[in-house]
Structures are given as structure tokens and as C-alpha cells.
Design a protein around this ligand. Structure first.
Ligand SMILES: Cc1cc2nc3c(=O)[nH]c(=O)nc-3n(C[C@H](O)[C@H](O)[C@H](O)COP(=O)(O)OP(=O)(O)OC[C@H]3O[C@@H](n4cnc5c(N)ncnc54)[C@H](O)[C@@H]3O)c2cc1C
Length: 454
């Protein structure tokens, strides 16, 4: 299949980009690994579940309806269940390599003049004793179970970590009938207050969540952290403790909260694998883009959380700007994005920067990680093994990896990379993975690339 523009990722950014580019005359193919469009924010329940009121689990539903109906009325060709493992620069454009089918072993390709990466982000979870017990899930995972499968992860939950995502997760679980024993947020309220003007636009949303927490009787423990999850073969409770001003646990402040679910998150990380494979420059851990959302590789745009964690509204604005730019540049004209999108992007990026600074994980989290805590779950490498590697002279995450295998497993360090770097006391480095997904050898060894996806 050949098209003008292939958009990878059908979340808010990819949907807005596809609609903008298509409305401006570009042929667009929108590819996503999920079975439905919507991305993380507008995750939809499977049709077979027959959800009567899916909007009850969402906010900004009207925006979703506008995107969904716009897509249905557009000329955009949507390919769901297509997991992109690599984008290759080819003469005259790009080839997007995907895997489809239940086993993700069937290869498919899309050829395009330009590529727009809207691959979003994933959750960041730091290790602590007991975090591998069944019953410990990511906060977004709990949210995904609720929105996508209409199930709750347990009966009595603690929601913990840091970041704005904890609020919709705690209120969503409580509204679905889960007893939420506490929302444990490691950030101090004072840090939010310090960013007053930049966060003013978020106040009404924050107030709505505060009212919902009160209504459901959810205790809010600010400047607290989970220091241990307990249980033999599944979670039975957690120990939480207060943090001092430096981010250290206050001795003697520990208390036990019985629960069968711990939904935990320490923020989000951008999906940058495809961009890195194309040679795009990163800005820290996100894809660097210019004012039109162009990367430094000609013909490659990026939008949404791949370019910085900032929420669905920012993803929509960036997607629109990127889609306008891609269509215009493909036709050799100047882009004309909606002024409202440009204004929204400026304001929302300031808000995102303020939130990132206010919600950083506790500075001294490695002190709570006991030697027997598994850090790399794929290769079952413990914190003790990482510390042994440091004793042997390892001074960076890559050398720790060579000595311990941490980061060499199925997820290729996506989950443990920041934790290993934190334990090693060095900044995390992008890992430059050649493929965004595991690929069967049979697909790599194919004698000829397959054409067509129909
Ligand atoms: C688990 C989770 C739960 C969240 N819950 C909330 C919430 O409750 N409230 C809130 O305000 N914000 C929430 N967020 C944040 C919010 O979802 C994002 O701000 C917003 O969705 C960003 O939009 P996006 O288009 O950039 O990315 P996303 O919505 O993440 O969309 C990216 C899309 O790209 C696809 N994709 C990625 N890589 C590939 C690939 N290699 N091949 C094919 N497809 C690919 C994914 O399947 C996904 O559909 C959540 C985020 C996560 C990760």
C-alpha cells in the first residue's frame, strides 16, 4: 500500500493529525497496534462487551465523538491491530513495517512519502520491595482495565506514586465501586502552589477531583510513599510512610494499609523507539521537534506524548499542527494551522513543564529498595546484583547491563532503565533499540518484502 502520509498512533495526537492532513488534501493511512482507535485517553471498551454508557468512564467525551465521527466521515484509511516494529527510510520515502494478527507474526508494510509519529507514552514505575506481587498493577493499567475491559482490579485498592494520573484513577476506581483505602502522593502540595500561574488552568479540574475524592471518602496522603507491598503469593497490604522535605522517609511514620490492589505510577515516559530508529534527534527523552512539529529528519513529523508528556489536550493541539504542516509541506505550500491550536500548545506546554517539576518522584527512592528487590523483571535482576556491579566498578547503566543482564530481556529496558540508572546514581540514557517490538526471525529472514495490507 502506498500513501502520502502514514500516521503511527491513533490516540488524540494521531487522530487530530490525520484529520487535519486529510482535510487539507493529503492521502492518509492511520496505523495503530490497538484494536480500536482512541489511544490511552479515549480507550474504548471492546464492542462485544456491549457497554451501555461508555461515556461514564471518560471525560471530554464530546471531543472524542467529534474525532470519531470526523474520522468516519473522512478519507483516512485506518489500520488497527498493526504493531509497527520499524520505520525504514527507502528511496522516495519511507516503509513502515508492522506485524498483525493474534500472534503478531504476520508482516505488513505501508509505503509513504512522509511519516508522522504519534506513538504516545507509557507509564514509569520505580521498584520497591514487593512491587512484583500479583495485585500490584500500574495506575494506568488499572484505568485500562476499567475503560477497556469494564472490570475492576480488586475490591480494596491503594493508589500511589506521583503525578496527575493518580487522580482520575483513584476517582474512577471509587466510582466503579472499589473501596479506595488511600491516594498516596509523594509530591508536596507546596510544590504545586509554587507553580501557581502555570497551573491556574488546571485548578477547576483539580477541584472536581478533590470533590469526588471527598464524596467517596478517599483519604489523600500527600508527601507520602509506599515503602513495601506485603503478601506471600498475592498482595495483602502496603506500608506507607511520610516523606521529609528532602524526599527521605520519616522514621517512625510507617503505617499498614490492608488492600488487595496497589495501583502505582511514577509518571510517564515517551515512546521514542521508532523516532530513534529513523535517526531523529532526541531532546532528553523525548523526540525533538520544531514549531511545525517536524523532527530533524526530513519527512518525519512527531506529535503528542512522544514529543513530551503533556496530556490529551496538548496532544490534540500538536497533532493538528503537525497534520497541517505535513499536508502543506507535501504539497509545497505553507501550513495554516488553527490559531487556537497554536495558542493552546503554548499554554499547555507551560502547564506540562510545571506539572513535571511539581510531580518528580521522591529524590531518595533508591534508599527504600532492598537488595532482594527485583529491578529488571524480564531477567530477574535484583537491586543487590546491580549494587554488586557498582562495587565491581560499573559507573553507568550500560556497564551495569553488561555485568547483570538488567535491560536485556523482552522489554529491552523500557521498564527498568530509569530504575537501574537511579540505583547506579547516573542519568538514564536513551537505549537506541533497533526495533520497537520483538520481531519473529521468520519476518526478518523473508526473501522479499510483502506488499499490500488489505
Ligand atoms: C496507561 C495510561 C493511562 C492514562 N490514563 C489517563 C487518564 O485517565 N486521564 C488523563 O488525563 N490522561 C491519561 N493518560 C495520559 C493520556 O492518555 C495522554 O496524555 C494522551 O492519550 C496522549 O495522547 P497521544 O496521542 O500522544 O498518545 P496515546 O493516547 O498514548 O496514543 C498513542 C497510540 O500509539 C499507538 N502506538 C504506540 N506505539 C505503536 C507502535 N509501535 N505500533 C502501532 N501503534 C503504536 C498506541 O497503541 C496508542 O493507541 C494515560 C496514559 C497512559 C499511558
Amino acid at each position: 500500500m502506498r500513501t502520502d502520509l502514514v500516521v503511527i498512533g491513533a490516540g488524540p495526537a494521531g487522530l487530530a493529525a490525520s484529520l487535519a492532513a486529510s482535510a487539507r488534501g493529503a492521502g492518509v493511512v492511520l496505523v495503530d497496534g490497538a484494536t480500536e482507535t482512541g489511544g490511552q485517553f479515549y480507550r474504548q471498551p471492546a464492542a462485544r462487551l456491549g457497554a451501555g454508557r461508555p461515556e461514564a468512564l471518560h471525560h471530554r467525551w464530546r471531543t472524542w465523538e467529534r474525532l470519531r465521527d470526523g474520522l468516519a466521515a473522512s478519507a483516512v484509511r485506518v489500520l488497527t491491530d498493526h504493531h509497527v516494529w520499524c520505520v525504514e527510510r527507502t528511496p522516495g520515502g519511507f516503509t513502515v513495517h508492522a506485524l498483525l494478527g493474534p500472534e503478531q507474526e504476520e508482516p505488513a508494510e505501508v509505503h509513504a512519502d512522509a511519516v508522522l509519529l504519534a506513538t504516545g507514552g507509557y507509564e514509569h514505575v520505580l521498584p520497591f520491595p514487593g512491587w512484583t506481587l500479583p495485585g500490584v498493577v500500574t495506575a494506568g493499567g488499572a484505568q485500562a482495565m476499567l475503560k477497556g475491559a469494564l472490570v475492576v482490579p480488586g475490591r480494596r485498592a491503594v493508589v500511589a506514586g506521583t503525578g496527575p494520573l493518580l487522580l482520575p484513577v483513584a476517582t474512577g476506581l471509587a466510582a466503579a465501586g472499589v473501596e479506595v483505602a488511600a491516594l498516596v502522593e509523594s509530591a508536596a502540595p507546596g510544590r504545586l502552589a509554587r507553580h501557581g500561574p502555570a497551573l491556574a488552568g488546571k485548578l477547576p479540574e483539580g477541584a472536581v477531583y478533590a470533590v469526588r475524592l471527598l464524596r467517596h471518602g478517599v483519604p489523600f496522603l500527600a508527601r507520602h510513599t509506599v515503602v513495601r507491598a506485603h503478601g506471600d503469593d498475592r498482595l495483602t497490604g502496603v506500608t506507607v510512610a511520610a516523606l521529609d522535605a528532602t524526599g527521605r522517609v520519616r522514621p517512625g511514620s510507617e503505617r499498614h494499609l490492608p488492600c488487595d490492589t496497589l495501583a502505582v505510577s511514577h509518571g510517564m515516559l515517551a515512546h521514542t523507539d521508532l523516532a530513534e530508529g529513523l535517526g531523529c534527534r532526541l531532546d532528553g527523552h523525548t523526540v525533538a521537534v520544531d514549531s511545525e512539529q517536524r523532527t530533524d529528519v526530513p519527512g518525519v513529523w512527531a506529535a503528542g506524548e512522544a514529543t513530551g508528556i503533556g496530556g490529551a489536550a496538548l496532544a490534540l493541539a500538536e497533532g493538528h499542527i503537525a497534520g497541517c504542516s505535513a499536508a502543506a509541506r507535501l504539497h509545497g505550500t505553507e501550513p495554516t494551522p488553527a490559531p487556537a491550536a497554536l495558542k493552546a500548545r503554548t499554554g499547555l506546554r507551560k502547564t506540562a513543564a510545571a506539572l513535571a517539576s511539581a510531580y518528580a518522584p521522591p529524590a531518595h527512592w533508591p534508599e527504600q529498595v532492598t537488595d532482594d528487590t527485583v529491578v529488571c523483571r524480564c531477567e530477574e535482576v535484583t537491586a543487590g546484583a546491580v549494587r554488586d556491579a557498582l562495587d565491581l566498578g560499573a559507573g553507568d547503566a550500560r556497564t551495569v547491563k553488561l555485568l547483570t543482564r538488567a535491560g536485556m530481556g523482552w522489554c529491552q529496558g523500557r521498564m527498568c532503565g530509569t530504575a537501574v540508572a537511579g540505583l547506579a546514581g547516573c542519568p538514564p540514557t536513551p537505549s537506541r533499540r533497533p526495533f520497537a517490538r520483538p520481531v519473529p526471525l521468520g519476518v526478518l529472514a523473508r526473501p522479499h518484502p510483502q506488499e499490500g495490507l488489505s
